[in-house]
Design a protein around this ligand. Structure first.
Ligand SMILES: Nc1ncnc2c1ncn2[C@@H]1O[C@H](COP(=O)(O)OP(=O)(O)OP(=O)(O)O)[C@@H](O)[C@H]1O
Length: 256
């Protein structure tokens, strides 16, 4: 079983320590959700796990091999990274953007029938077939977010690492995206997400990693991860956990 891990990860930018002493071992076939306050280092950790940022010290490994030893093409075939939506603004048709997710597979002869079929499957999974010929810049934020999910899926990766993938989606499309992530995990994909919506995190995750002050404050199954004490320490808020008809709900009462 494929495992993505980091050991004693430390990231220093300028004079600021962003992450320190972070060790994780994450298995495929599960949804791992990273939560934590603004600036806790969630995006930085995700970029390190995707092999897109070199840590200052410590290591990231895919199975037994250091990620830094894999060439970028081989790494991109196995790990898809979905950045925060706001970072993308391209004047290309949606299908062209999704096709970019196949680049690690495309040979000298250009796209094969299998590449085109994979793009079709990815667009269908993210429900974006209707936008095929729309210029991405003209799509709404939520529509663009779904096209970007399709781009990440086009490579049919073993790992999907997504930074805030549900932000900007309406409730129905959040449910669709959550169901898609669950399907992928059930098919054996390792899904690692950062999320700000704690109730959604509880409903979606098999495992929740709470980052705060550059380190891991909790690393637990959802049933035990977000206790009032953890929420207080991580976010500085008083909050309660209740059961709603759709699943667990975090009710934030006040700052403490
Ligand atoms: N290039 C950089 N130069 C200086 N500081 C940086 C740089 N990149 C990240 N940081 C800082 O590192 C910290 C962690 O950033 P990161 O984006 O990983 O946090 P985050 O937990 O994803 O935050 P958010 O919830 O707001 O998206 C922040 O304080 C950020 O300002």
């Amino acid at each position: 079983m494929s495992v993505l891990s980091c050991t004693d990860l430390r990231v220093v930018i300028g004079s600021k320590t962003i992450l320190s002493g972070v060790s994780l071992s994450i298995e495929v076939g599960r949804i791992t959700v990273i939560v934590g306050p603004n600036g806790a280092g969630k995006s930085t950790l995700l970029a390190c796990l995707a092999g897109l940022r070199a840590p200052t010290s410590g290591s990231v490994a895919l199975e037994e091999a250091a990620l830094s030893q894999l060439n970028p093409r081989a790494r991109a075939r196995r790990i898809a990274f979905l950045p925060q939506t706001s970072e993308i603004a391209w004047s290309v048709e949606a299908r062209t953007l999704v096709e970019l997710g196949r680049i690690p597979f495309i040979g000298a002869r250009g796209q094969s029938a299998e590449d085109r079929a994979a793009v079709d499957r990815a667009m269908a999974a993210a429900h974006v077939e209707a936008f095929e010929h729309r210029i991405v810049d003209t799509l709404s934020g939520g529509e663009r977010a779904r096209v970007l999910i399709a781009r990440a899926l086009a490579g049919e990766p073993e790992w999907l690492l997504a930074d805030e993938p549900l932000t900007g989606l309406d409730p129905a499309h959040q449910l669709d995206a959550a169901a898609l992530f669950r399907r992928l995990a059930d098919q054996g994909v390792g899904v690692i997400l950062t999320l700000h919506d704690l109730s959604l995190a509880l409903r979606l995750a098999d495992r929740i990693v709470v980052l705060a002050d550059g380190g891991i404050l909790a690393d637990e199954p959802p049933a035990t991860a977000l206790t009032p004490e953890v929420l207080k320490r991580a976010y500085g808020v008083e909050a309660t956990l209740t059961q709603g008809p759709g699943g667990p709900l975090i009710d934030v009462i006040r700052r403490v």
